[in-house]
Write a new protein. Structure first.
Length: 397
């Protein structure tokens, strides 16, 4: 019998029913979702967003429909966990693409007040169309907060997929570290490590594997330009940089597994670290330990960031501060809630966060580890287990 660790159809149905239950007292006739990650979460349908509008429609009765362009019909029918798939020919099309959505809304009885993630398909890649409120002649009530709250606490099935992502991101990172050496470029090392890790993933999981991602098809590890002085730019872009002795390197590794992601980042040094590199690395690692110790059920997210900021203040490190302590992760690489002084969401068991306080010096580089952690009843389980000590992360020249 063919088996899979993918999210089961019953769980997708339960998610849809759960959302409708959350909204039961809002007087809504149904829900319309356009965001591709929300569509994936509730319908199990991963797609590449284009100018052609796609919408998931949930009727108050529980009936589920997906509206897609003709080119996505067979794809949606094969992959989505739904009751019906409706379609239009093409965008802009004649009749207009939006007429199919209007027809589906009418068929399912969505009138009066409709819950939605946004008032219509976003104007991306050249799309220009009417607002949902205009199209349906209804009042649109934004329900993003309810959606994000539901997504924030992961099920056992979701956690299994994140653990599987961790496994393959570790392999990709191990290969990245192994192949990095002075004189090579980040492009060739990144490509080699990612290709080999992806091949191993496919050999292990086989034909059942699905990335369900529109930006990646397997395990990946790289530097994204965070090399040498550029490592002090937290969101640098890859630049085919040549590794040199003395470089500080900030890595990143992940692997989409049925859409779910983990995050593994490490700070490495090419050759013998300087005294200042050792000092900043040590403080970065201690700040991360502070965050680990602060995360537990019932604590506001803001208190975790506050604890890290207190450590920075005690050690006069704010000149090297650039960003908050972390964020949730799942189907999106960045999800809410955030380990940020301005986010007072109560941490709950089942949430999954990245923990990544960093220190950045123009002269000495950037220093950041990121680990993926699962919140459990008495604290956290650190899901990523790649070495964190400096000696294990020296790239010998």
């Amino acid at each position: 019998m063919v088996t899979s660790i993918a999210i089961a159809p019953e769980e997708h149905r339960a998610r849809c029913d759960g959302l409708l239950a959350r909204l039961a007292d809002r007087g809504l006739s149904g829900v319309v979702l356009f965001d591709p990650y929300y569509v994936l979460y509730y319908a199990g349908f991963a797609f590449a967003p284009t100018e052609r509008p796609i919408a998931l429609v949930l009727a108050e009765s529980g009936e589920r429909a997906l509206v897609v362009p003709r080119l996505e019909v067979e794809h949606a029918e094969a992959k989505a966990m739904l009751d019906r798939v409706d379609h239009y020919d093409e965008y802009p099309g004649e009749p207009r693409a939006e007429t199919a959505l209007a027809s589906t809304l009418a068929d399912l009885g969505l009138t009066g007040a409709i819950g939605a993630d946004q008032d219509g398909y976003p104007w991306i890649l050249g799309y220009r169309g009417p607002a949902l409120s205009e199209l349906a002649g209804a009042t649109v009530v934004r329900i993003v907060e309810e959606i994000e709250e539901q997504m924030a606490v992961k099920s056992e099935a979701e956690i299994r997929l994140i653990r599987e992502s961790v496994r393959w991101s570790h392999l990709a990172h191990r290969l990245l570290q192994r192949y990095t050496r002075p004189g090579l470029t980040e492009t060739e090392v990144t490509q080699r490590a990612s290709d080999e890790a992806t091949s191993a993933l496919l050999d292990a999981i086989g034909e059942l594997y699905r990335a369900q991602s529109f930006f990646s098809f397997g395990a990946h590890a790289g530097y994204r330009g965070q090399i040498g002085r550029n490592s002090a730019i937290p969101h640098a872009l890859a630049g085919n940089i040549v590794f040199q002795e003395g470089d500080v390197l900030v890595t990143g590794a992940s692997a989409p597994v049925w859409g779910y992601l983990s995050e593994l980042e490490r700070t490495m040094v090419v050759g013998e670290p300087s005294a200042e590199q050792r000092r900043l690395f040590g403080h970065m690692k201690e700040a991360q330990e502070v965050a680990f110790g602060a995360i537990r059920p019932g604590v506001p997210c803001s208190e975790v960031d506050r604890a890290v900021r207190t450590y920075y203040a005690q050690h006069d490190l704010f000149a090297h501060w650039r960003h908050h302590t972390g964020h949730a992760i799942g189907l999106r690489y960045h999800e809410g809630p955030f380990l940020d002084i301005g986010d007072h969401t109560e941490i709950r068991a089942g949430m999954v966060f990245t923990v990544e306080p960093g220190l950045y010096s123009r002269e000495h580089g950037g220093f950041r580890h990121s680990d993926t952690v699962l919140v459990v009843e008495d604290g956290i389980e650190v899901l990523t287990y790649y070495p964190r000590d400096l000696e294990s992360l020296v790239v010998h020249a």
